[in-house]
Design a protein. Structure first.
Lengths: 288, 73
């Protein structure tokens, strides 16, 4: 069995239990549902709200460099801090936070494998206490957008096959049967998928317990869909958080060089006037 | 406090598969309902008993799922 390309970016719940009190380590909980932290969190963890702290509050964009530096500082994070992020829903928004931390050049950031659910399942300690944090200086790097796909990149990939497009939503969202995950508000005008995309739902990368599948299994799953590291790949979902999970698996666990997250995702494409849309499971336009 | 009496189960609500996670922390029971595929949280509730927390989550999840429209493809 082969190793992950970058095993250092993934830590186990056991590792977190042993290192949670380490002054060089900062635990951060990032949830889809930001109330989860208040119900109980890993002792010593701080919380980031993806809606207000990991996004620009006015335009649709990731957090600005200035705001990112403030968030790090207020979280007691220095440039040399080891950050371990975990969250609900199999680390969707934890992976989204990881992606932004790499855009701003943080060196040592890791995900807790299995996320919040695995910690709960193992009957571990939670606390309601919010630990005091001593702010510290933080200097972010100039943003590196080589891991981010913009609309123009995706239009080109769809038209020319210059990159493999991976739609990580559920099959029902991919076909256009539903416009959003069941129970959630519809945030697009049209259903379907980007022409040329292959559907590889995000959970394909996860075991039953929420941990990532082995490198060999991941390589087989994505390779069967034409994603093998030999050419660029772009992952997308609805708003960019599920695709961060897949981006993490491809970029850090398999070590594929040119993998980008299209955070505009279906809420951008499915609302775009004149954008080509494919419906159903037809893959006639898929390029591999 | 330790997470105690953790349990998970699946059920169908309004035609969709739902996953319930329930546990006790101290004297408070917590329940989360998610929609299995893709796994997004639908409801997060608490109560004085497992039954109370789960009933609230189920009610809220059912209400949200009932609004989901299926389109002909």
């Amino acid at each position: 069995m082969s190793e992950y390309a970058h095993p250092e970016v993934l830590v186990s719940t056991d590792w977190v239990a042993e290192h949670a009190a380490d002054a060089r380590v900062r635990l951060v909980e990032v949830d889809v549902d930001t109330n989860a932290y208040d119900e109980g969190h890993i002792p010593g963890a701080v919380a980031w709200d993806w809606q207000s702290e990991l996004c620009d509050p006015v335009r649709r964009d990731i957090v600005s460099r200035d705001a990112f530096e403030r968030l790090m500082s207020q979280s007691g994070i220095g440039n040399d801090t080891t950050i371990v992020i975990y969250g609900d829903n199999n680390n969707w928004f934890a992976a989204w936070a990881f992606w932004q931390m790499k855009i701003y050049g943080h060196r040592d950031v890791r995900l807790m494998n299995g996320g919040r659910q695995k910690w709960l399942r193992e009957g571990r300690d939670l606390t309601l206490d919010v630990s005091p944090v001593e702010p510290c200086p933080y200097r972010a790097a100039e943003p590196d957008f080589s891991t981010r796909a913009w609309l123009a990149d995706v239009l080109k990939a769809s038209a020319s096959g210059s990159a493999a497009l991976i739609d990580v939503r559920s099959p029902a969202e991919f076909t256009g049967e539903i416009l959003a995950p069941p129970g959630l508000p519809e945030t697009c005008q049209r259903g379907g998928h980007i022409p040329g995309a292959r559907v590889v739902p995000w959970e394909t990368a996860a075991n039953e317990d929420g941990t990532f599948r082995s490198a060999d299994e991941l390589r087989a799953v994505y390779g069967s869909q034409g994603v093998d590291g030999s050419r660029p790949a772009i992952a997308y979902c609805r708003i960019g958080e599920r695709s961060s999970h897949t981006w993490f698996a491809l970029k850090y666990l398999l070590g594929y060089q040119d993998v980008r997250n299209y955070d505009g995702s279906w809420t951008e494409w499915g609302n775009l006037v004149g954008a080509p849309v494919e419906r159903g499971l037809a893959t006639a336009g898929a390029r591999s | 406090m330790r997470v105690e009496e953790f349990s998970e189960r699946s059920l169908r609500l309004s035609g969709w598969e739902v996953h319930l996670t329930t546990y006790r922390l101290g004297t408070i029971w917590h329940c989360k309902a998610d929609n299995v595929s893709p796994g997004a949280a639908l409801a997060r509730t608490s109560g004085a008993s497992r039954e109370e927390a789960e009933a609230r989550a189920i009610e809220r999840a059912e209400h949200m799922l009932a609004r989901t429209k299926r389109h002909v493809v």
